[in-house]
Design a protein around this ligand. Structure first.
Ligand code: IVH
Length: 669
């Protein structure tokens, strides 16, 4: 391909990929398959790797993130990013409307009401349609320049669309970055697998992800963004907020769909109440509504106070905290034998949902909060997590209450209960405890493990209670007859379940690893281990220090694995599974035979032949692995010009440093 042809192809691919991206993330109406998209993206990456000078500033390849920065530069907003006054209830919304109508001398006002997204406010700047800078809200006047991180957000347009509406040459917009419940849960699972602390809620997770110095990490967090307000926009005029939303859509911005145009405050209140109910079924957190005067000339006429506009108000939702009473405390036994004290409550409405049980976590938490049976307590629900008891209201405590202690005998099997040094939880010691058996089987058949369809909690309980199964291996000796004889089980359902059990014999290895329920080994780590070791047998015979050499495996996880496979009962279990034909293998031949097999690389600085992605792909295709940071598990740092702190750290830690040409030599490329 001539230089000119390459340039034309790069342009064509950039435009096409940005267009596909818009169709996928904004219009929710893709016109190509994921595979076709990936193949175009790979072609662009390869062309850009050989001709970096031709890469366009709006290239979608930037969404994978770039080299870590040493800190964020301040960025001053051209007009302050304001906050909003709060209305705590319907009356305060009515008061707001009364004030507005009086100031404007109007009988009725048209409002737009939208969800108040519970994330982080950001500002995006576009010059001649190109995304050039973005920042956090900061103190409202000056934020931090997080442009590289924002570029990794898939729904953020890198270039604005001018098909339907001209794009102003200078344009600032404001919106909210947030994380969906699904991504929040997955992220926390990954954090726990890697022995890192979990985030308290999606908002904190979004904040933590957005403020990463390494934008490649931000890129893995699948952050969402919705735009809802204007900053400075040159030579642009629309009469209403509704039309502004339409302009945002035309330019290709993601906009929240749950807004409503209302005539007068009564309609606003009605929609606010409707959203409060809908909130429960949304896939992300909202913490209220925002009501804005639709007419932008009227907005101008009212103007702003020092920190908030007079033309808008936030409507708070009812607290998801409520007061109720603890009827009893029930120690509940999980699959690991861990005992969680659960409070049975006088039922109470919490943000639209009836709640009758709340977790008390463990003995330490009970002691710290001094929660007792009979207490009047504050309970809360955050996001879609399990409700919890926040505190007891001491002056309402009845007489003669006693501090609660987790029993010394397991409430299910009467087995011995112990609490290990340094652990918050009590454990039932009896591995044959029916509660543990049920828990282990439920985990094994779950969707994110062996995915055996139709094998629900009730069936597990029936089978264990009737002594038809005692372990996960016994699932594979069940017969259609045995199932069909169970209460409320139709012949057809029994056959379907048997079929699902048969199918599960050929699952991927990671599902079995996850299904075994090894402590601290979640879905993500199971995938990592399956990929590296290829079979249960190999994983079982690996020593702790070898396991620890695996990226993401720390000493606690390694010890848990070794202990699990050393246990004779577990060895028998695995043998039984094997006898039932369950011994999936993961093909790791490529990884053990490549030229870079077993070697781990970090890349830093400017490279001539690679970008980060193509470097990683090259190493992986030769059996090696790459890491983002220097540690003692890394074999080589490949450093190009401009390398900084990583080079320093590598030299300090004695990690070998290669130039790019030495790397090419080593890989014999
Ligand atoms: S409008 C001048 N609309 O709430 C009004 N803000 O407490 C500017 N927020 O900092 C904001 N959803 O981060 C607006 N639909 C929405 C919003 C929203 C969430 C946040 C925003 C702002 C804060 C104000």
């Amino acid at each position: 391909m001539s230089h000119q042809q390459t340039e034309a192809r790069i342009n064509e691919l950039t435009v096409a990929l940005n267009d596909h991206n818009h169709r996928y993330y904004i219009l929710d109406n893709p016109s190509v398959s994921d595979a076709a998209y990936d193949s175009l993206l790979r072609e662009l990456q390869e062309l850009e790797a050989t001709h970096p000078e031709l890469a366009r500033p709006d290239s979608p390849t930037q969404r994978v993130g770039s080299l870590p920065s040493s800190g964020f530069e301040p960025l001053t907003h051209s007009t302050p990013m304001l906050s909003l006054e709060n209305a705590m209830n319907a009356q305060e919304l009515i008061d707001f409307d009364t004030r507005v109508r009086k100031d404007l001398e109007l009988d009725q006002i048209e409002y737009v009401i939208e969800p108040k997204l519970d994330g982080l406010g950001v500002e995006l700047i576009y010059v001649d349609g190109l995304f050039t800078a973005g920042s956090t809200r900061g103190d409202g006047f000056t934020g931090e320049n997080i442009t590289q991180n924002l570029k990794t957000l898939k729904a953020l347009p890198l270039r604005l669309r001018d098909h339907n509406r001209p794009v102003p040459s200078y344009l600032e917009v404001r919106g909210e970055v947030f994380m969906s419940h699904k991504d929040f849960k997955a992220l926390n699972q990954r954090q726990l697998d890697a022995e890192k602390t979990a985030f308290a809620n999606p908002r904190n997770a979004a904040a933590g992800s957005l403020r990463q110095l390494d934008s490649r990490i931000t890129a893995t967090r699948n952050l969402q963004i919705n735009i809802y307000a204007a900053g400075r926009i040159d030579a642009f005029k629309v009469p209403t907020h509704i039309e502004f939303i339409q302009a945002l859509r035309d330019w290709g911005f993601p906009v929240n769909d749950h807004f409503q145009l209302c005539c007068g405050i009564d309609e606003v209140i009605e929609f606010h109440n409707k959203l409060e109910v809908e909130r429960e079924s949304l896939s992300y957190d909202i913490d209220g509504t925002v009501t804005k005067i639709n007419d932008l000339a009227l907005q101008d006429q009212l103007g702003i106070r020092s920190r908030s506009p007079r033309w808008a108000i936030a409507g708070k939702f009812k607290a998801r905290q409520e007061i109720t009473r603890i009827l009893s405390i029930e120690p509940s036994v999980g699959r690991t034998g861990a005992i969680t004290p659960v409070a049975n409550l006088e039922s109470v409405q919490l943000g639209g949902v009836m709640v009758a049980r709340a977790t008390l976590h463990n003995q330490d938490e009970i002691d710290r909060k001094d929660v007792r049976i009979g207490d009047t307590v504050v309970v809360q629900r955050a996001g879609d997590v399990i409700p919890e008891v926040v505190k007891s209201i001491l002056d309402q405590r009845p007489e003669n209450t006693q501090p609660y202690l987790i029993p010394e005998k397991c409430p299910v099997c009467q087995g011995h209960v112990i609490r290990l040094e340094g652990e918050a939880k009590h454990y039932c010691q009896n591995i044959s405890c029916p509660a543990q058996i049920k828990g282990r089987i439920e985990h094994f058949v779950a969707r994110r493990c062996m995915d055996i369809d139709g094998f629900g909690t009730k069936l597990v309980a029936q089978l264990v209670d009737e002594s038809l199964i005692h372990s996960i291996a016994d699932i594979y000796s069940l017969t259609t007859d045995q199932l069909a004889k169970l209460d409320r089980m139709a012949e057809k359902s029994a056959e379907n379940i048997m079929e699902a059990i048969r199918t599960s014999r050929s699952v991927d290895l990671w599902r079995l690893v996850h299904g075994l329920g090894i402590r601290n080994v979640g879905e993500h780590l199971s995938k990592v281990l399956a990929k590296k070791y290829g079979s249960l047998a190999r994983l079982a015979e690996t020593a702790a220090d070898d396991l620890e050499a695996t990226h993401e495996v720390g000493p606690i996880v390694a010890r848990g694995l070794v202990e699990f496979f050393r246990d004779t009962a577990n060895q028998e279990l695995i043998q039984q599974l094997r006898d039932h034909g369950l011994d999936p293998q993961h093909d790791i031949s490529a990884a053990t035979e490549g030229k870079l097999a077993g070697l781990s690389f970090v890349f830093t600085g400017r490279l001539e032949h690679f970008n980060r992605d193509s470097a990683r792909e090259t190493v992986e295709s030769l059996g090696g692995s790459t890491a983002a940071t220097i540690s003692k598990k890394v074999d080589y740092l490949v450093a190009g010009p401009g390398a900084g702190s990583k080079l320093e750290k590598a030299s300090k830690m004695g990690v070998k440093v290669l130039t790019e040409s030495e790397f090419l030599e080593l890989a014999k490329l």
